[in-house]
Ligand binder design. Sequence first.
Ligand code: AMP
Length: 509
Amino acid sequence: MTNATSHNLFSFIYRHITDWNTPFLHFSNADILTYADMLKRSAQYANCLVSLGVKPGDRVAAQVEKSPDALFLYLGCLRAGGVFLPLNMGYKDKELAYFITDAEPALVACTSARKDALEEIIGASGFGRVETFDQSGDGSLIEIADGSDLDFEDLHREEDDLAAILYTSGTTGRSKGAMLTHKNLSSNAQTLVEYWQFTSKDILLHALPIFHTHGLFVATNTVLCSGGSMIFQSRFDVEDVLNALPRATCMMGVPTFYTRLLASPQLTRDLVSHIRVFISGSAPLSPETHKYFEQQTGQAILERYGMTETSMNTSNPFGGERRASTVGFPLPGIEIRIANIESGEILATNDVGVIEIRGPNVFKGYWRMPEKTAEEFRNDGFFISGDLGFIDKRGYLSIVGRNKDLIISGGFNIYPAEVENALDAINGIIESAVIGVPHPDFGEGVTAVVVSEDERTLTVDNIRTALGDDLANYKLPKRVFFVDALPRNKMGKIQKNQLREKFQTAYQA
Ligand code: AMP
């Protein structure tokens, strides 16, 4: 049951579904779950959460593998009025301890392998409970859901109530929890359905992770609000994707997906001629990839731009020219402007400045960080994205860089300060600088430049091993360079531009 006037994102989705017998998920070979199945299973999770004491506004953290049930847990959480907090499977104990202590979830769902560590973290913080949730279908939370009622009256939510908190990386190594409201997510999903012309006939090939805005909100919410289906793959595997493409009508991916597909001789015009649209985002798509993909398949990839804090902001047009190296036009209802980062002065066409965004998609603020939130907004409500770009005379936005030192590798964000702090804690390392340099597969490769007392005993392998205890694998440097000193300016600031230039060919064959 769902409420006709509620702003709960789930109620919004519910109102868009006309045929409950349509497949929602195609997964593991021939298995299909329909929208009716989705309604029942998400009700079971909603009932299960309520029975475990989750109240409206409570955080429900989930560090779980991608599976249909993981999606139903997300939907059940929305229905019960909880605030969904997905966590990357790669996060190690120390990273998790920060998120859990900061967010104080009422419930943490995790794999059996992680249970003890999370119980210790939860125990130390004195709140919440841990339930297990395994990809195999085992786990205490899944068991409780199995025994729960198939009906649930969705909780009424206001537009401004929180639906989710997604942690972004922090420039100083501290992550920030971006608070997203029901309205943020429903407005963006609705806009994307219309702009990208999704219908109930669409079958989206979904090979993205679902702990990130791209796979969870952009892909899933858009499909749900169009009543279409997804081919739900647990991870991106070139073979699996190529095999599934004939059954799909569209795909969303990070640029790495497209470079990997291009490397396969199986990617042909015939294989994808029926595909309605290929969409790319989360990191810059190189003009070469855009060009080669079009040459090989006849399809121009549609590049769009968004971020955790705002969901999607701009997109190349569905019908018009999809221009390489640009992220297209502001989406309907969303304002974009370019400003001088220091003075805030609005800049003219073609001038490079910081990209600022205002609209119903823009998040409510950073969880328990009112000052940090205030710093990132202008007085007139525009969010200062931190991305640098310009708008050309035809209105296309291009991103030219980031004013923070963010690295994007394989679509994942890595803030250098976090890796540098971990490197500096290793015995024998005096100081370090972590940079992103062009990488043929990952877009950027995390690269460490290190000043050490003893480079004979420190190798890339033992540095990676030491870091691997505390940092997710995607944050580990792929290469480590030893130098006598790091280049610094008069203010003592490390000149990362010089390092990026010096090591720019580090990953060239
Ligand atoms: P996330 O919060 O993980 O989604 O990362 C958001 C960041 O990814 C943005 O602030 C941009 O720096 C970058 N990004 C997303 N889409 C694009 C794109 N199409 N081109 C270049 N950078 C992008």
